[in-house]
Design a protein around this ligand. Structure first.
Ligand code: ZN
Length: 145
């Protein structure tokens, strides 16, 4: 059994609110996001670095993220929709798609906190939505294959 949480989800060992799934990728509502109406899209194959994905797979993952981004904009009307590869967190290549309502949302300003006089970033101040809320968001953001 893999220790990678995304592989655990793919293997059915961890619960997730699925937005989209096909033969090669999965899109879910993330547990930790500045705004819960977000998505994380990843290939089913465990590959650590996004830049190591075969180009067709990277394009496919980003294309799914693009469609979900359009859905986020149409369903939730944020100021902007941001997309990107963070590169840290889960060591399984993934593409983030998230609403933005402030210029600093691209760096997840809600993740900032001060400890011992230094500004740090982490998930500790981000609430985890209920499974019901994440399932509702997943149903709202469903896209067609
Ligand atoms: Zn993995």
């Amino acid at each position: 059994m893999s220790h990678c949480p995304f592989c655990q989800i793919i293997e059915g060992n961890l619960e997730a609110s699925v937005i989209y799934e096909d033969d090669v990728c999965l899109a879910i509502v993330p547990l930790h996001a500045p705004y819960p109406e977000s998505a994380v899209v990843f290939p089913k194959e465990h590959i650590d670095h996004f830049t190591d994905l075969p180009k067709d797979l990277a394009n496919h993952v980003m294309g799914v993220g693009f469609e979900i981004g359009k859905k986020i904009m149409s369903m939730y009307s944020p100021g902007r929709v941001g997309m990107g590869v963070h590169g840290y967190g889960v060591a399984h290549a993934h593409f983030n798609v998230f609403p933005q309502n402030h210029p600093y949302d691209v760096v997840f300003r809600k993740m900032a906190y001060v400890k011992e006089g230094e500004v740090r970033f982490g998930f500790k101040n981000l609430p985890v939505p209920s499974r019901e809320k994440m399932d509702e968001i997943a149903a709202t953001l469903k896209i067609e294959k």
